[in-house]
Design a protein around this ligand. Structure first.
Ligand code: 6PG
Length: 246
């Protein structure tokens, strides 16, 4: 079973989008009472507001943090105290404010060799999954949050890079041609192994790339994202190309 197109929710603005996703996450986490709730968090600027909201009431005290396992969809290969490190942003906006057990936060390693660090992170995911091979019908993630770059990248799946061909590994390094820093990223097969993939896309600068990806343009890495569960596109009016007054 593979979902490619997904449904679209257009929210008034990025604040409404963040609230919508916070509600959805709380619902899904609460509903899954029979095991860990496993999330892959995204970086970039769009999800920051979502993380801040999750750190406030009622989310902070109602979220089942003790059985929530937080992973990252991608990371810049810079130390965790670097301003551009996704864990750093997430920690400041969310993790440092809520009672999530430190053992449930799986930061992507950014020391040593990037390929070796990617393999280490993959081992951490395998430990949680309990098998070495991804099985259809047994998703690795409950929710994968993703953003969308103006050049069609998502997570750190950048145009023209080898990671786009990866079929086996769950985690890989990636050296973008047109963006700073070596990255670690989840691969297509790892993202596919999900109950829900949510793209969070806000702002007018994304209005041109959204229809390209949604129409399946093969030059946009985000076009090849699939889920074995559901795929949801969250757009604000600006990224959906709906300006006020139209
Ligand atoms: C990251 C992610 C990237 C991001 C998009 C959108 O930056 O960590 O690699 O895929 O989600 O570039 O970023 P914005 O939300 O900042 O527009």
């Amino acid at each position: 079973h593979t979902v490619k197109d997904g449904r679209v929710e257009i929210l008034a603005d990025s604040e409404a989008m963040a609230r919508w996703v916070a509600d959805r996450l709380l619902e899904a986490a609460t509903a899954k009472a029979d095991g860990p709730f496993v999330v892959a968090l995204s970086g970039g600027s769009t999800p920051k507001r979502l993380y801040q909201i999750l750190a406030t009431e009622p989310y902070a005290s109602r979220f089942p943090w003790d059985r929530t396992q937080l992973f990252f969809g991608d990371e810049r290969f810079v130390p965790p105290d670097d301003e551009s490190n996704n864990y750093n942003m997430t920690n400041k906006a969310l993790l440092s404010h809520v009672p999530v057990p430190p053992a449930n936060v799986h930061r992507m390693p950014t020391d040593g060799d990037p390929d070796e660090a990617a393999a280490r992170y993959e081992r951490e995911l395998r430990m949680l999954y309990g098998r070495d091979t991804l099985e259809e019908g047994r998703p690795l993630f409950d929710v994968v949050l993703l953003g969308l770059g103006e050049n069609g990248h998502t997570a750190s799946l950048f145009p023209g890079t080898d990671v786009l061909q990866e079929k086996e590994k769950w985690v890989s390094s990636c050296v973008p041609h047109d963006a700073p820093h070596t990255r670690l990223t989840l691969t297509y097969p790892a993202i596919h192994s999900s109950r829900t993939v949510m793209f969070l896309v806000a702002g007018k600068s994304k209005a041109e790339v959204v229809p390209l990806v949604r129409s399946g343009d093969p030059s946009q890495p985000a076009s090849a994202i699939t889920s074995e569960g559901e795929l949801v596109w969250l757009l604000d009016k600006a990224s959906a190309g709906e300006e006020d007054g139209h």
